[in-house]
Ligand binder design. Structure first.
Ligand SMILES: [Zn+2]
Ligand SMILES: [Zn+2]
Length: 368
């Protein structure tokens, strides 16, 4: 028996359970010991009785989807892994019935009948051992094993930025032959939590001129990470949109990682001509927002603007994410590590899932 953090979906009933150790059943499977699992808003929502589904016919769900492990056993036909490799396993599994899922793009699933490990219809990673097919697993270079647990949220960021780029490059002739459309472009990231800060890393790696917006003190660790990588911190409580627009009328991209409807509708005003606004934050219930819809539409039409939402990721985005974690790790020594602010042993899972500290960025649960 091993231990696992299990939830009765739809309730706050969370416990550390004795769990059956998973075994390799197919020759293409790997078994990994879980080293650590990151916690995000999705886990906290699940733990507070929000959306989560156990596998068919079961009453409980092992939670956790942002994992890092180490391979301990491989099936006979496994080609890409050996024992001892650091590994990240992806989250979503396709529905098997729609065109995107057939093309290995379950992140674009049309039926909604996909499963997600630790979230929807499939057990997650908060346990001592996990097994999965090697086709859903990615190798993590040993030098970034310490930050490898950031791979899943990093892949969310990669998809959002890639989609924004695909759209811009396909419609703006000036960008069509540019290998890196973000080079020298002004970009703004709203919300400097884990997703926002990872987006900041990626955008700076691509050579963008970066502004990061939040309501924290400029002395907070989150603002300091932004400035350490060459970004400019803007406090939403002190900035006037008119002034920002006047100084920076050429904002090419806004990346939303805040998920606050009122803020995002206000920010559209800052987007430059031909700009793109990508939303990744998922708002909970919030107060109704009142917007001047006609003004907003007028602006978006007259300035050729695009707004898009982006969720989840494909295995390709995991690959891009691992590359960028590695590049950021070398480019800004000691900075990416600072994104992991709290580490709890698995026995303290309740505390990890329910407490919040002001300076918290990424909380992880240690399994070894
Ligand atoms: Zn997550
Ligand atoms: Zn599908």
């Amino acid at each position: 028996m091993i231990k696992a953090i299990v939830l009765q979906p739809g309730t706050k009933n969370l416990r550390l359970a004795d769990w059956k150790e998973p075994i390799i059943q197919k020759e293409s499977e790997i078994k990994a010991k879980v080293l650590r699992v990151g916690i995000c808003g999705t886990d906290r929502e699940e733990a507070s009785g929000g959306r989560a589904d156990s596998p068919p016919g079961e009453k409980e769900l092992v939670i956790g989807h942002e994992m890092l492990g180490q391979v301990v056993e491989i099936g006979k036909k496994v080609t890409r892994f050996k024992v001892g490799d650091f590994v990240v396993i992806t989250v979503r599994r396709g529905c098997g019935a729609c065109a995107p899922c057939h093309l290995n793009r379950s992140d674009m699933c049309l039926t909604g009948n996909y499963t997600e490990r630790g979230i929807k219809g499939a057990h997650g990673f908060h346990s001592h051992f996990v097994v999965d097919d090697e086709s859903f697993a990615l190798k993590i270079p040993p030098e970034i094993a310490e930050i490898g647990v950031l791979t899943e949220p990093m892949s969310v960021v990669q998809k959002a930025i890639e989609e924004a780029g695909l759209i811009q490059k396909s419609r703006l002739p000036s960008l069509q032959n540019s290998p890196n459309w973000l080079q020298g472009k002004k970009v703004l990231v709203a919300g400097l939590g884990p997703i926002g800060l990872l987006a900041c890393l990626v955008l700076r790696l691509k050579g963008a001129t970066l502004f990061g917006l939040d309501i924290i003190s400029p002395d907070s660790p989150r603002a300091k990470i932004l400035t350490a990588i060459g970004g400019t911190y803007i406090n939403d409580r002190t900035i006037t949109p008119e002034k920002f627009r006047k100084d920076h009328p050429d904002l090419s991209l806004i990346f939303d990682a805040a998920g606050i409807a009122k803020l995002d509708f206000d920010l559209i005003d800052l987007l430059g001509i031909n700009g793109v606004f990508v939303l990744t934050g998922v708002p909970g219930d919030q107060r109704l927002v009142s917007v001047d819809g006609a003004k907003l539409m007028r602006q978006m039409v007259l300035r050729n603007q695009v707004m898009l939402g982006s969720v989840n990721e494909s295995i390709h985005h995991f690959e891009l994410g691992i590359k960028d974690l590695q590049s950021a790790f070398h480019k800004w020594p000691g900075v990416v590590e600072k994104l992991i602010t709290q580490r709890y042993p698995y026995t303290d899972f309740q505390k990890a899932l329910t407490t919040h500290t002001a300076d918290e960025i990424k909380v992880v649960i240690e399994w070894n």
